[in-house]
Design a protein around this ligand. Structure first.
Ligand SMILES: *Cc1c(COP(=O)(O)O)cnc(C)c1O
Length: 429
């Protein structure tokens, strides 16, 4: 579900003509729909309303301060993975006590910043990290900070059958501790006065397109929690992470309600607060990346559409083999896409590779795509690019990052300016 739709052959972001934005702001540009973000958040809030739930939107998916601000106002909290993200969410006015902080390599400086901010939970990824947190918390309590809380991230060892780089909840990943070791970690550190280890965290990875791995993982950690409670430990919360399937092709991902229907009954009556860390399922289809056709080229039997966005703007296709539906911003009525599928089977299309200008063969957005015939300066929309789009962008090839635009009903505003040449060299002295 999102608010990017064709009206009379013209693509609209909510009530704004995408071509109008491109004419004013230039290309490439990320165009976000505020209503889409808010609707996705609201659906999750409603789906889990039976439980005492905190939704911690995962900042790394898409972290523009303006977006974080309205998410906070709409009742979201935040999942962060760095000091930079902590800075961002505080700038956005987040309630510090509801922030959860994950990441296998938190530095002392980052931990101290989070202690001073008074965040909700440190998600602990290793024994060495809890030792270090206890050490720093002792020093910090003499500075007046209260006892911080921590959740132990465990690997429930379930397979979500996604791209290898997206798997984070199996034994051989760098994340969390194996579930068999969790009791030992609690025995060793669960009675610390400096840190209150009182929750369990899991995050299975991204793009889980079924509910079953979550059910399997939650059943495993509920068994663990029972054991821990029997051993005398207080477990007040369970954080089941993110990774809920985003709707990259309309209709393929389970909805928040589908997940909740399986998850809520497992946790009801268990005296556990629930924390969720959705990223992509909120942000992915809340944006399009709009790019302009520069050149058409035939090479052997292949046709290439060369556009002005590059892998520095959107790296998901080469990095994760990700599918993003690509379609012209303006089309004749017969080419209005019914769904965002690879396989539209419309007469009169041409099979092309859509590629960027960067000096790498990995610089592509889609291969062997049937597109209506396009010409120089036509606009293309790369759909479902709200998550891990701009936030993974870089300056490779000395390209300034794209502008970010937020659409709200019939209005739009630039929420991050396009980077200039001066921005590129500003820190080099
Ligand atoms: C990245 C991440 C998320 C969000 O994952 P999505 O697939 O975007 O939902 C949640 N929790 C943690 C710990 C993460 O690293």
């Amino acid at each position: 579900m999102d608010y990017f739709n064709y009206k009379n052959g013209k693509l609209f972001a909510e009530n704004v003509d995408v071509q109008r934005i491109a004419a004013e702001v230039g290309t490439p540009a990320y165009i976000y729909s505020k209503a889409t973000f808010k609707e996705h958040l609201q659906k999750i809030q409603e789906a889990y309303s039976e439980l005492d739930t905190t939704i911690c939107y995962s900042v790394k998916a898409c972290g523009n301060i303006n977006i974080l601000k309205f998410m906070a106002e709409a009742g979201s909290s935040f999942d962060i993975v760095s000091g930079g993200e902590l800075y961002r969410v505080l700038q956005a006015g987040a309630n510090p006590s509801k922030i959860v902080y994950a990441g296998v390599g938190k530095t002392d400086t980052e931990i101290i910043e989070a202690l001073n901010a008074g965040i909700g939970y440190f998600n602990i990824e290793s024994e060495a990290e809890i030792q270090n947190l206890i050490r720093l918390a002792k020093e910090s309590s003499s500075a007046g900070n209260k006892q911080p809380k921590a959740a132990l991230r465990v690997n429930p060892n379930v397979d979500i059958k996604t791209h290898t780089y997206d798997i984070t909840g199996k034994k051989e990943t760098k994340f969390g501790v194996d579930i068999e070791c969790a009791q030992k970690v609690f025995a060793d550190y669960g009675r610390s006065d400096a840190v209150k280890l009182c929750a369990i965290h899991i995050h299975l990875g991204s793009a889980g397109h079924t509910v079953e791995p979550y059910v399997e993982a939650i059943e495993k950690i509920l068994t663990l929690i029972e054991q821990l409670r029997r051993d005398g430990f207080t477990i007040e919360a369970v954080n089941i992470g993110g990774g809920y399937g985003a709707d990259y092709i309309t209709g393929t991902a389970p909805t928040a309600a589908d997940y909740a229907a399986a998850i809520v009954p497992l946790l009801k009556g268990k005296k556990l607060k629930l924390i969720l860390e959705p990223g992509a399922s909120i942000a992915a289809n809340a944006a399009i990346l709009v790019t302009q056709v520069l050149y058409l080229k035939t090479s052997g039997r292949k046709k290439f559409v060369i556009v002005d966005a590059g892998m520095n703007d959107l790296i998901r296709p080469p990095l994760y083999d990700a599918f993003h539906f690509i379609w012209p911003v303006n089309v004749s009525e017969k080419f209005v896409p019914r769904q965002r599928d690879r396989d539209l089977q419309l007469d009169g299309t041409e099979v092309v590779d859509v590629v960027g200008p960067i000096c790498e063969s990995a610089d592509f957005f889609g291969k062997d795509r049937a597109l209506p015939t396009v010409k120089r300066s036509d606009l293309l929309s790369i759909f479902t690019t709200g998550a891990y789009g701009f936030s993974m962008s870089s300056n490779y090839n000395a390209r300034g990052r794209a502008a970010e635009v937020l659409v709200d009903g019939s209005e739009f505003k630039v929420i991050r300016k396009r980077e200039t040449y001066e921005d590129l060299t500003a820190l080099e002295k």
